[in-house]
Design a protein around this ligand. Structure first.
Ligand SMILES: [Zn+2]
Length: 81
């Protein structure tokens, strides 16, 4: 299993064939895991990945399963399982 590698930041283009873009706005995007990519935090495959360049983020509703957080120098990553 390939694990999402964020040791050198996160660039969606590195995972073009594995992550499907669901939604994108000025500072953030939501992606679907199409390839059983492993979570950078816990190692198990995640369902969705949210990536934000913004300083703050608000979610209107909580996911039903576990979530993991990861960060790079520039971005916050939220992974749902
Ligand atoms: Zn995880």
């Amino acid at each position: 299993m390939t694990r999402l590698d964020i040791s050198d930041g996160f660039d969606v283009h590195d995972y073009r064939s594995k992550l499907k873009l669901l939604r994108q706005d000025a500072g953030s995007m939501s992606l679907e895991n199409r390839a059983e990519l492993g979570c950078p935090a816990c190692g198990t495959p995640f369902d969705r990945l949210f990536v934000s360049d913004d300083e703050t983020v608000t979610f209107d509703s909580a996911p039903s399963g576990p979530i993991c957080l990861a960060r790079t120098d520039e971005r916050l990553l939220v992974l749902t399982h």
